[in-house]
Design a protein around this ligand. Structure first.
Ligand code: NAD
Length: 462
């Protein structure tokens, strides 16, 4: 077997792993990255964040052309869709980005091993690809990510009952799509297929959607989704789903079974640690199956580190990237930085939902005294011109110090607006700081200024 040696070997080329590998190479390490898929970029680039945003964009334009063009005085003929062309566009974007990662590896002299890595000892892995290679390294960084979870009684059949991976590539618009789980994936991909003409029923176990988001913000979003025709049923526990003949049958506790052409299971993701030989390496898992790490991302094995979805915390691409950079900067003797209090989270529906920091229920549970200010997009000129006035900005600030503790937005381009709030929180800003800063007119960002003013009851346009 061929033998190789490096300073650092990163396992997994997703947004956590590939970014860490590039940063480590910049810092002068002899770095390799191992990836079992033929395309680089991980779930996010191949079958997650990027392809879903491509389809969200296409489907949003279709819906706008159908329903809003006339209001803008645009006369269009009959509008149709070509699902094949839509999927092709999505694949081209994915292809560009995944090839871009390969280019960056070459540029930064990161060695790529194609195949599945398995630890044979704490300082050695075997990569099994078309041939096998034994790779020794001073340090390893595990960044293997996560895979879709399912629930007992619901088995993926790879065609009709599947995860987000299948829902990103349906070749026709389903007549009826049942989505299990009203989390981020369910609502984003449910929106795509509803806009393209599917009847979409979302079954959610809890009594609310988006359990990680501020409740008031999630409720506002839910009202918009209902208005758009998405049938969201909360308090629905799915107990089984199977394919019977030409359709899928979904069993819900306490009610009649539902039938649909396809089922999207979006009930969360689980860390991907199987087959890595973690026992041989001495890497231990928590009872939730996540790799245990300390503040420096060091696992229970001295020379092995882990970041991203395989460790605790939010399963978000940007969190993984920032952890990867912080981890390798620490290894290089620098001061790697990540602030878990200021990690934004975005749901790319229409309206978009975005948040950073703590929400009301979290602050209340911790007994942190807070004050709040909200501003509705209904009173924002730019939102009116965009024809997108549903939603609000809500700012939570410490009752005594005025420090911003959380910003929650539901509305047009919330995902872009949240960046200002994230930077403000990173710098320890107060609501007063946000209110004082000059915001260009007319922009959606004025809603942030107004919400900050509203914290002291002095919004101008409310
Ligand atoms: P999620 O955890 O966001 O939501 C899953 C939902 O399924 C929950 O609301 C849960 O209550 C519900 N559920 C669980 N069991 C159920 C049952 N038996 N019946 C009905 N409902 C049930 O999970 P997700 O949407 O699958 O996303 C997975 C991960 O990927 C999340 O961590 C998410 O943050 C991440 N992700 C992020 C983005 C983004 O940032 N835009 C996009 C996609 C995915």
């Amino acid at each position: 077997m061929e033998k190789k040696e490096h300073d650092l070997v990163v396992i997994g080329a997703g947004p956590g792993g590939y970014v860490a590998a590039i940063r480590a190479a910049q810092l002068g390490m002899n770095v390799a990255c191992v990836e079992k898929e033929s395309a680089l970029g991980g779930t996010c680039l191949r079958v997650g964040c990027i392809p879903s945003k491509a389809l969200l964009e296409s489907s949003e334009r279709y819906e706008m052309t159908q329903h809003q063009a006339a209001e803008h005085g645009l006369l269009v003929g009959e509008v149709g869709i070509d699902v094949g062309a839509m999927l092709k566009r999505k694949e081209k974007i994915v292809d560009n980005l995944t090839k871009g990662v390969a280019f960056l590896f070459k540029k930064n002299k990161v060695t790529l091993y194609s195949g599945a890595a398995r630890f044979t000892s704490p300082d050695k892995i075997v990569v099994k690809g078309t041939s096998s290679v034994e790779v020794m390294s001073k340090r390893f960084l595990i960044a293997t990510g996560s895979s879709p979870a399912t629930i007992p009684g619901v088995a993926f059949d790879g065609r009709r009952i599947g995860s987000s991976t299948e829902a990103l590539s349906y070749d026709t618009v389903p007549t009826h799509l049942i989505v299990i789980g009203a989390g981020v994936i369910g609502l984003e991909l449910g929106s795509v297929w509803r806009r393209l003409g599917a009847k979409v029923t979302v079954l959610e176990y809890l009594d609310r959607i988006l359990p990680e988001m501020d409740e008031e913000i999630a409720k506002t979003a839910q009202r918009s989704f209902k208005k758009q025709g998405m049938d969201i049923r909360t308090g629905c526990k799915v107990t089984a789903a199977r394919v019977v003949g030409d359709e899928c049958v979904v069993e819900v506790e306490g009610s009649e079974p539902l039938r649909a052409e396809r089922v999207l299971v979006a009930v969360g993701r689980k860390p991907l640690t199987q087959g890595l030989g973690l026992e041989a390496a001495g890497v231990k898992l928590s009872d939730k199956g996540r790799i245990i790490v300390d503040k420096s991302f060091n696992t229970t094995a001295a020379n092995i580190y882990a970041i991203g979805d395989v460790i605790g915390g939010a399963m978000l691409a940007h969190k993984a990237s920032d952890e990867g950079v912080a981890c390798v900067e620490n290894l290089a003797g620098k001061h790697g930085h990540i602030n878990y209090d200021a990690i934004p989270s975005i749901v790319y529906t229409d309206p978009e939902v975005a948040s950073v920091g703590q929400h009301e229920a979290q602050l209340a549970t911790q007994g942190v005294p807070f004050k709040k200010g909200s501003f509705l997009f209904r009173a924002n000129g730019r939102a009116m011109c965009l024809g997108s006035v549903d939603g609000m900005v809500k700012i939570l600030a410490h009752a005594q110090t005025d420090r911003v503790l959380g910003v929650h937005i539901v509305g047009p381009r919330a995902g872009e607006l949240i960046a200002e709030a994230t930077v403000a929180m990173e710098y320890g800003a107060s609501a007063e700081d946000l209110a004082r800063a000059c915001h260009a007119h007319p922009t959606l960002s004025e809603a942030i200024k107004e919400a900050a003013l509203a914290v002291e009851g002095r919004a101008i346009h409310a």
